[in-house]
Design a binder for this molecule. Structure first.
Ligand code: HEM
Length: 527
């Protein structure tokens, strides 16, 4: 099967050496093989040829690195040797092979697209483009029965119920409880400022977002130390999920030898912790319930469509999806405002203009957070430049022609929407690699218009992020509170901070003296 001809770039002319007539001195006529000896020589290859003939018409013709590139130096080998460099390798491959390309992952040939209209198409129809079987299998292993592995119908009903409840008025109820998480974070930063030593900002922010999801969204009462313990387990789980993603069949084959022992041990600890607040919530009296604002746990526990033993999976999934995503985007935000003085000054200017008269220890109100414009743009720009979930993986359930690129994909093709490449594509965004929150402004010469679908950090359509309402509130609130109270400075070189794929993408400090990857070190000063 072929893609439309406009997708196949014109082939370069052959090098002159190939156009020359053959040199008769170098091409001695050899004895012609008989027809029957050629047939015998080809016989052992017959099954292979039949397989190729069977598979060929089913695969779309697309450019991309050949199967053997796994053995050759370059991005394909780099990524196979080191899966946590997946995103950067894919961007490199896309730069060479174009915006739609096919790549051998193991023995399957999968397709990547960077086209906004393709992204809209694959996000709009969950029946035609459901999550891919391997992704579902991995989630089924870690969080059986959860939202990532649900059937189409169950997912539709559950999503509708979540949508009805996860809204602005739930956020308003969260605001007072968020103060505790913000106070704890600021207290740790004050200590770091007094000590004058660099602090690992990634870990501190993780502890904060875990506190928010566990204590604010789920009504737990875990100490910062407990939240960090939980974060450490989620770290292990994410690492294990990434390994599952790359080595699924090998790990499945060697499960008897303990290939998944670490995954299962960590899963057990995480479930034990989540079950604690489920039990507490179930034991709550009516009066207790009326005395507090409704939260996400209430909504999850009220889902009739989810059997009781699967509710814990949903909670674990929310804890996973709702913590690192937000904390690591905040880390990127602070990193970028350290590196881009213009953005940092604009944040300070907005905060001084709007809340200059407010005491540093007085938290912004819910309404005040709503009025932030530039800080929100900083948050959105961080999600553009550093999408924490850089790929959308789907399977095609019927033969289909992608609406953007016109590529025809046969049933069964695994299709990836390459969000990271699309959101940093120089053909779509002006100064695509630069951190420029101004592009999101409603006015001003730097405000930018991009095609619908070009920004998909929270995905689009029916499987888009269900927690975006929380992330888009929590992110700007914490960025604003930190910039109101502290000055930050990177305690390493800008280019020592690298992106690492660990199921989600994370910023890591590559410590060249130890060879270790760590959280981002920053100096903190009181303002
Ligand atoms: C910066 C923060 C966040 C980003 C960039 C983000 C991004 C995404 C993306 C791209 C997806 C689609 C994944 C896919 O279909 O393969 C997704 C799904 C999801 N996200 Fe988020 N997310 C963020 C924060 C959150 C938070 C705070 C929560 C929970 C409180 C959350 C809960 C979920 C859930 C449950 C899904 C699965 C939705 C479904 O299948 O219906 N996310 N998120």
């Amino acid at each position: 099967m072929r893609c439309d001809s406009h997708l196949i770039p014109p082939q370069p002319p052959l090098p002159p050496a190939y156009n020359k007539p053959p040199d008769p001195r170098r091409h001695k006529p050899s004895a012609a093989p008989t027809t029957s000896s050629t047939m015998y020589a080809l016989l052992p290859l017959l099954p292979f040829l039949l397989l190729v003939l069977y598979l060929l018409p089913r695969r779309p013709y697309l450019r991309g690195p050949p199967l053997l590139s796994v053995l050759l130096p370059g991005p394909v080998r780099t990524f196979h040797a080191n899966p946590n460099r997946l995103t950067e390798c894919l961007s490199a491959i896309s730069r060479t092979h174009g915006e739609v390309f096919a790549l051998w992952l193991g023995l399957s040939r999968v397709v990547f697209t960077t086209d906004p209209a393709d992204m809209v198409h694959m996000s709009s129809d969950t029946r035609l483009f459901p999550r891919a079987p391997r992704m579902r299998a991995i989630f089924e292993l870690a969080v059986p029965g959860g939202i990532f592995a649900m059937s189409h119908e169950q997912h539709r009903v559950v999503r509708a119920a979540l949508h009805r409840n996860f809204n602005h008025s739930m956020l308003r109820g969260f605001h007072p409880a968020m103060k505790r998480a913000v106070d704890t974070l600021c207290e740790a930063l004050r200590r770091a400022a007094a000590a004058g030593k660099p602090v690992d900002i990634s870990t501190l922010l993780s502890s904060t977002t875990f506190m928010i999801i566990l204590n604010v969204a789920f009504g737990g009462d875990f100490s910062p130390a407990d939240c960090l313990k939980f974060a450490a387990d989620i770290d292990i789980l994410s690492e294990e999920l990434m390994l599952e993603y790359v080595q699924y069949w090998v790990r499945a084959a060697f499960e008897w030898a303990g290939s998944r022992a670490r995954l299962f041990a960590c899963k057990k600890r995480i479930y034990a912790m989540c079950n604690q607040f489920v039990q507490r919530r179930l034991a709550e009296t009516r009066a207790d319930k009326e005395a507090r604002a409704p939260d996400m746990l209430d909504t999850i526990l009220s889902l009739d469509q989810v059997p009781e033993h699967e509710l814990a999976s949903l909670i674990v999934e929310f804890a996973i999806a709702g913590s690192y995503t937000t904390s690591q985007t905040m880390t990127w935000s602070l990193y970028e405002t350290c590196c881009v003085p213009r953005a940092r000054e604009a944040v300070h200017e907005e905060l001084a203009r709007k809340f200059g008269g407010k005491g540093a220890d007085e938290m912004l109100s819910f309404e005040e957070v709503d009025t932030l414009e530039y800080v929100r743009n900083v948050w959105k720009e961080s999600t553009r430049l550093h999408p924490i979930s850089p790929l959308l993986e789907r399977v095609v359930t019927e033969d289909v022609t992608l609406k953007g690129t016109g590529v025809r994909l046969p049933k069964g093709t695994i299709l990836y929407g390459n969000i990271k490449r699309m959101q940093t594509h120089p053909g779509i965004w002006s100064k695509a690699d630069e951190f420029r929150p101004e592009r999101w402004g409603r006015r001003g010469i730097e405000a930018e218009r991009v095609p619908f679908g070009a920004y998909a950090a929270f995905a689009l359509g029916k499987i888009k992020c269900v927690g975006r309402f929380l992330a888009d509130y929590e992110g700007p609130l914490i960025i604003a509170e930190l910039h109101r109270r502290f000055k930050f400075q990177l305690a390493c070189e800008k280019d020592e901070v690298v992106n690492r794929s660990n199921f989600v993408d994370l910023p890591r400090y590559l410590n060249k003296s130890t060879g270790q990857e760590e959280g981002i070190p920053m100096y903190v000063e009181l303002r």
